[in-house]
Structure formats: structure tokens, C-alpha cells
Design a binder for this molecule. Structure first.
Ligand SMILES: N[C@H](CCC[C@H](N)C(=O)O)C(=O)O
Length: 275
């Protein structure tokens, strides 16, 4: 039996296991089984904490509900930073991922600000299957078309739409996720720009499907909206689960501010799940 924690950022939820002191027998298949909402605990992402070495306070391994590994998770970055900060009594911590080191700081009012690193804008960065301008991808269907792409350590595509309520997110999301231009698939954002500092966003996440919030997709949304001249470099991004404050800093890094929450803690019998 191992203790686990169920956390979420704006309803984007995580099972968090701690493998910092002792290794845990987690395989992609076992993670997927635990992530199942009916046969397991259920979560959008499965997070394992590993020791943070030289300069990092913790290493955060991120898995999708199908067991595949992801390079970024904005909402989990804040949640895990808040855990590690509480242990050490510090207000600033560094969360390491396979894509880089993410400094996170505590702000007043229960908010946490993560430096999600630089947005990467090249076609190889996303990655795309061939050389295409990442500001205008030749992908579209049913009038939802011409998205922009970038990488936040994981692949993102952002469609700009005039009326988010009219977009069939769960029908179009998986079609775009699997477009031949996206060899590693992608997280698909549908953004409606309400004003130069306010974006509404719905996300179809790679592997996880429609989620209530996606921090890295909010990063991609502000970057791609600003690149298109639709917004400035700071905006509130309103997701179904709540709002994140975003800034694409002049040096290319994306700052994301939002809340963290623990829903419950419990004990998990890892042996009850396939290895
Ligand atoms: N929910 C996460 C992103 C998960 C991304 C994952 N679905 C991928 O395959 O890249 C966030 O807050 O940024």
C-alpha cells in the first residue's frame, strides 16, 4: 500500500505518487489502470515525484491516462510546487521535468506563478511532419481552420474561433489531434479572443481528451494569440474550470498564475493493478 494524493488545478486532476524516498513499481500500463475513472482512481494526468538533483527541488514525471509520457503539465507544475514548498517552508521552488526546469513562486491569495519556460516556435520544435509556417497550419474542418502551433515542452495547436460555444470540441478535437501534420499528435486548443487581454479557451488534450483546464494550452494560447496580433502579451485565459493569468514575457518565457488544490489523500494498493 502506498499513500497517494489527488490534486487538481482548475479541475484538471492528478493522482500524485511520491517516489522520492523509495522507488515505486510504476509502469505505463499500471499508471493507465490507476488513471481509469471507473476501474481505478481516475485522473487527467498521473504524476510521480522523483528526487530533484542539482538545482531542482523535485523531478515531476507526467503521464497521460493512456500511460504515455508528457513533457509539460502547467496545472500539475503549480500543484507539485505547492507541495514541495510546504515541505521546505520556502516560497520559491524549482520543478524539473523531462523538458526543463520550471521555477515556481508563491503569490498572495493562494496563487502560484510558474515560469513555464520559453515557447518554442519552430516547426521542428512542435514538432510538425514537414516544414510549415507554425503561425498558419494547413489543418481545418467544418469551418474551424488555420490554427497556430508552438511547443511548451509538449505540442500545442491553437485554433482561433469567433464563437467557442458553436465549436463541437469533442468531435473535432480527436480529428485534429491525429492530423498527419502532427507526428507526436498534439494538444488542441480552441480559443475565442474576447478582448486584447481576455481569451476563452477549451482544450482537447492529447490522450486525456476534453479537460476542464490545461495550463500549457493556456501558455500556447497567449503566445499564439499575441503572435497573431489578436492580443497583447498579457491576458486572462478563461477555461471551463476557471481562469489563469498569463504573460508571454519579453524574453520568450511564459508565466502562468493560478490556484492549486488537494481533493483528498488515500492509500493505493499498487498490486491490485496490472504491472
Ligand atoms: N493538463 C496539462 C497538460 C497535459 C498535456 C498532455 N495531455 C500531453 O500529452 O502533452 C497542463 O495543465 O498543461
Amino acid at each position: 500500500m502506498v499513500p497517494f494524493r489527488k490534486m487538481h488545478g482548475l479541475g484538471n486532476d492528478f493522482v500524485v505518487l511520491d517516489a522520492r524516498r523509495a522507488d515505486l513499481p510504476i509502469t505505463p500500463r499500471r499508471a493507465a489502470a490507476i488513471a481509469d475513472r471507473r476501474f481505478g482512481v481516475g485522473c487527467d494526468q498521473f504524476i510521480v515525484l522523483e528526487p530533484g538533483l542539482d538545482g531542482a527541488d523535485v523531478f515531476m514525471r507526467i503521464r497521460n491516462p493512456d500511460g504515455s509520457e508528457a513533457g509539460a503539465c502547467g496545472n500539475a507544475t503549480r500543484c507539485i510546487a505547492s507541495l514541495v514548498a510546504a515541505e521546505s517552508g520556502r516560497d520559491r521552488v524549482v520543478v524539473r521535468t523531462i523538458a526543463g526546469d520550471l521555477p515556481v513562486e508563491r503569490l498572495p491569495g493562494g496563487l502560484w506563478r510558474a515560469d513555464m519556460g520559453p515557447a518554442r516556435l519552430g516547426w521542428r520544435d512542435v514538432p510538425l511532419a514537414r516544414e510549415v509556417d507554425t503561425l498558419h497550419l494547413p489543418i481545418g474542418r467544418d469551418g474551424v481552420a488555420d490554427p497556430a502551433a508552438c511547443s511548451m515542452g509538449n505540442p500545442h495547436v491553437t485554433f482561433f474561433v469567433p464563437d467557442l460555444g458553436a465549436v463541437p470540441v469533442t468531435a473535432l478535437g480527436p480529428v485534429f489531434e491525429h492530423d498527419a501534420l502532427l507526428p507526436e499528435r498534439a494538444n488542441i486548443g480552441f480559443a475565442q479572443v474576447l478582448s486584447p487581454d481576455h481569451i476563452r479557451l477549451e482544450v482537447w488534450e492529447r490522450s486525456a481528451g476534453r479537460t476542464l483546464a490545461c495550463g500549457s494550452a493556456a501558455c500556447a494560447a497567449i503566445v499564439n494569440a499575441a503572435r497573431r496580433g489578436l492580443t497583447g502579451r498579457r491576458a486572462a485565459v478563461a477555461l471551463p474550470g476557471g481562469t489563469l493569468q498569463m504573460e508571454w514575457r519579453a524574453d520568450g518565457h511564459v508565466l502562468m498564475t493560478g490556484p492549486v488544490a488537494t481533493a483528498f489523500t488515500g492509500m493505493l494498493d499498487l498490486g491490485a493493478y496490472p504491472a
